[in-house]
Design a protein around this ligand. Structure first.
Ligand code: SAH
Length: 390
């Protein structure tokens, strides 16, 4: 096979210990390597010829290589994708009784650079890297074999694509219809797969929504950063006395209200900035039995760690201020750039500053349709902590 090889010199590259990522400063970036087209499939070998695997290469990216396999010369074709997709599908089919889940979670499903959310016969596909982008046609063919979707929407508009030199676009490549229904935890929601955030729906919070709903009967609930009402509507369905969904996005709140009607429940949708609204609620003396905050990532890159950490602390303080005595507060972070311990520490500081004694009752992350490669712990981006307050 005439496939090019990239040399992994001796050293401390994480790939030597099984990581599927190789950084640009870990390889020999000679002229030959630089001339390889972004996204090309390559072999990785040690200086002694040791095989490290088949991967794809992007000379422009900090993560220069993502490995498909730890064997060299693996053929990346439709059948290769079909095998991995079938494995991903088998896991979800074993866990969920309805076809609504994250079907592919990148490295966790040995498909680096690829995320697919499934909404019955509609797929929202997110391609994040040049290496996966080059395989788009092959992937779509494999999806035809394994899933046979009616509709496929490419949500190739994640800002991180710029790091790979990729453009931003959203395209329906099969079928039609971007407004779909989501069934989750026995509730029915709506999502807009073309305009909505990320793929249009956040499956990662499924189990956390069920946890909150389990506590909600007869309670007042503040769902801050509610998006389309994933938490709030389930809580209302579980018998909450009052649910406020708070978000800055009018289109997201409009969908939340529509979803509430579909479940024959009522929510109060409030369009406001969460920090400002929490201050206002505090000043007005309003308190809720359950307060949850699920903000957008405050730590978008490593350099944002300190200001981001401070924002999590402040948010925890404000959330605690509006949590009723004996109430439950749940904080979440979807920033993979803040480690779980640091996030927990900031929340603890926020509680302290609010003057509230608290006990942690649950620490969790995303559900099992978001598998994590054991040597890429940072890809377990979602952290959620629930506390009971004095
Ligand atoms: N909890 C949601 C997901 C939240 S995503 C769910 O279960 O599906 C983050 C949300 O925060 C988005 O809907 C976005 O519109 C909203 N948002 C971002 N900045 C905000 C701000 N300053 N005030 C209020 N909402 C904000």
């Amino acid at each position: 096979m005439s496939r090019k090889s990239i040399i992994l010199p001796k050293g401390r590259a994480r790939a030597r210990a099984g990581s599927p990522w190789i950084f640009s400063n870990e390889i020999r970036m000679d002229e030959a390597a630089k001339s390889i087209a972004p996204g090309a499939v390559i072999n990785v070998r040690g200086e002694d010829g040791r095989a490290f695997g088949t991967g794809y290469f992007n000379p422009k990216s900090l993560i220069a290589i993502r490995l498909w396999s730890d064997d060299c010369d693996v053929v990346i074709d439709r059948d290769f994708f079909a095998v991995r997709l079938k494995r991903a599908l088998a896991l979800r089919s074993a866990i969920y009784d309805k076809p609504f889940y994250r079907l592919v979670h990148a490295e966790g499903d040995a498909l680096p650079g690829l995320v697919i959310d499934r909404f019955d016969d509609t797929l929202a596909v997110q391609i994040g890297t040049a290496g996966m982008e080059r395989q788009t046609e092959t992937l779509l063919q494999a999806l035809e074999i394994v899933v046979k979707p009616k509709t496929v929407i490419l949500r190739n508009d994640a800002p991180s694509r710029a790091l790979e030199g990729l453009d931003s676009h959203v395209k329906t490549v099969k079928g039609e219809g971007r407004r779909i229904a989501v069934e989750e935890n026995g509730a029915r929601y709506f999502a807009d797969l073309a305009e909505g955030q990320k793929t249009g729906w956040y499956y990662d919070q499924r189990d956390n929504r069920a946890f909150i709903a389990g506590l909600a009967k007869g309670k007042t609930v503040l769902d801050a950063y509610s998006y389309t009402g994933g938490f709030g509507i389930l809580a209302a369905k579980a018998g909450a006395k009052e649910v406020v969904c708070l978000d800055s996005s009018a289109p997201a709140l409009a969908i939340a209200e529509e979803s509430a009607r579909a479940n024959s429940v009522t929510i109060k949708a409030v369009k406001a900035d969460v920090f400002e609204e929490l201050e206002r609620l505090k000043a007005a003396g309003e308190r809720f039995d359950i307060v949850l905050t699920d903000p957008p990532p405050f730590v978008k890159s490593k350099k944002d760690l300190e200001p981001g950490a401070k924002a999590y602390r402040k948010l925890a303080r404000l959330a605690a201020d509006v949590t009723a005595p004996g109430g439950v507060m749940m904080t979440a972070s979807c920033s993979h750039n803040i480690p779980p311990e640091r996030f927990a520490q900031e929340c603890a500081q926020g509680l302290l500053r609010a003057g509230r004694a608290a006990a942690m009752i649950r620490q969790s992350g995303a559900g099992p349709d978001h598998p994590v490669h054991p040597l890429l712990p940072e890809s377990a981006y979602l952290k959620a902590i629930a506390y009971v307050l004095d």
